[in-house]
Design a protein around this ligand. Structure first.
Ligand SMILES: Nc1ncnc2c1ncn2[C@@H]1O[C@H](COP(=O)(O)OP(=O)(O)OP(=O)(O)O)[C@@H](O)[C@H]1O
Ligand SMILES: [Mg+2]
Length: 294
């Protein structure tokens, strides 16, 4: 993991940095599983024709049908779709926590279906443990990788300024604002030493202003940590603002209805981007796709 701690940079709570933001990225080619401009490098993570149903009292409930998608190394990909369309189910399968009934998950081209531990995963409603301090919560991702308690805390502490948490190391989660709690959970995920991060609605519970600020901040941190991010959201603006590509899913059973390239230049500044003509055209396109599958 190439990380550059920014504690020495100073600055405000949500310190901005220039980084990879601004560089073009390439989408992986689903047919070959290879990044178009990356020679032979396969997708960092790929869902290949995944289907999943659940056995319920009323019979088999199809949640996902034939879902294929991929994220290239260093890409930011979002998945948007209505509630209940199978986004969390898809993430559980990508993370290896659940097995699909059909299809496969590949990481860097190798089959990882049903194998947990390959990705960093921030669960929807990723709660911090209320009996642990913010520092211990943040260090948990490293500890789960086998890093000693002391070293995990040392490394996590170095990122507190960058994640807008400085001074709250010893506080318990109840003393943090909603945005701070989300950043602490994100820090735990970022520190998990995995190249691919799955973020399931990380900003779902935040108000619009905090959300916009967090989105800008997330892009900066993403650039700095050099990760591949796959993010689930209900929010069309959020998906467009953050992503290199957006997958739109149909209502349950979830299928991929469309894949939309977001070629807005980076770095992206929220107020400028979301009022720009290209952004609004993309928004129209995504809303039309979502609407046509209602
Ligand atoms: N363990 C389970 N047993 C039975 N049904 C399940 C199970 N997990 C999910 N489902 C069903 O599968 C469908 C997809 O659920 P999932 O949580 O993946 O949706 P989602 O897109 O993440 O929704 P939301 O946006 O509300 O989080 C739903 O109808 C849900 O009830
Ligand atoms: Mg969900």
């Amino acid at each position: 993991m190439r990380v550059r701690p920014a504690t020495q940079r100073g600055g405000g709570v949500l310190t901005k940095l220039s980084g990879r933001e601004g560089q073009p990225r390439s989408a992986p080619d689903l047919n070959t599983g290879q990044g178009a401009n990356r020679g032979v490098r396969p997708a960092a993570i790929e869902a290949r024709a995944l289907s999943r149903h659940f056995e319920t009292r009323a019979g088999a409930l199809p949640a996902l049908v034939d879902v294929s998608l991929a994220a290239g190394s260093g890409e930011f990909v979002s998945i948007i779709g209505p509630s209940g369309c199978g986004k969390t189910t898809l993430f559980n399968i990508l993370a290896g926590l659940e097995r699909p009934n059909a299809g496969a998950v590949l990481m860097d081209g190798a089959d990882s279906t049903g194998q947990p531990g390959g990705v960093g995963y921030m669960l929807q409603k990723d709660l911090l443990l209320p009996w642990k301090s913010t520092l211990d919560n943040a260090a948990l991702g490293l500890q789960l990788q086998g890093v000693s308690w002391r070293r995990a805390r040392e490394e996590a502490r170095r990122w507190f300024l960058r994640f807008g948490l400085e001074g709250f190391e010893r506080e318990y989660p109840h003393a943090l604002s909603g945005g701070m709690r989300q950043r602490a959970a994100l820090l735990r995920t970022f520190l998990a030493r995995r190249e691919v991060l799955l973020l399931d609605e990380p900003f779902g519970a935040l108000d619009a202003l905090t959300r916009a600020e967090m989105q800008e901040w997330l892009l900066d941190v993403w650039a700095e940590f050099d990760k591949t991010i796959v993010l689930v959201t209900h929010d069309v603006d959020e998906a467009i603002f953050l992503s290199d590509r957006v997958y739109v899913m149909t209502p349950r059973p979830g299928r991929v209805a469309a894949e939309v390239e977001i070629s807005l230049p980076r770095p992206r500044v929220y107020d400028k981007v979301v009022t720009s003509v290209p952004f609004l055209a993309l928004k129209r396109k995504l809303l039309d796709t979502l609407g046509s599958h209602r």
